[in-house]
Design a protein around this ligand. Sequence first.
Ligand SMILES: [Zn+2]
Ligand SMILES: [Zn+2]
Length: 143
Amino acid sequence: MHCKNCGKEVDVTAIACTGCGCVPSNGTKFCSNCGAETKPGQIVCLKCGVALGNITTSPPASTGDKSRVTAALLGIFLGGIGAHQFYLGHSTSGLIRLGIGIVGLCIMLPAASIIGLIEGIIYLTKSDEEFQRVYVVGGKEWF
Ligand SMILES: [Zn+2]
Ligand SMILES: [Zn+2]
């Protein structure tokens, strides 16, 4: 390569240019590929067409940027189905959570139904007077 500071040909692995003593890849005055003179604002060498690497382009649009708050809220409210994992792109983990969530629902729903069934049966075994006293007036919520 050529020193970008003085244009002298230097070894690619050279830490300092033997011509000017600068870091060869740090300059903006010469093309590192062919040694042609370049202007500081130039981004492509006019002689060999290579990109000069002086480009101060903004970093690529942060497409993968995820909001921590959104992830947290998803975790809090929809964590049971792994929503926050899907949001963060952890689809495998998300699928596992979703699976657990669905299995959980499949267990909980029948369980809740069974509890309701049991409660219904218990209500039927009570006398009207006892039912009113325990569940309506007494406010008993479970069984
Ligand atoms: Zn140099
Ligand atoms: Zn060049």
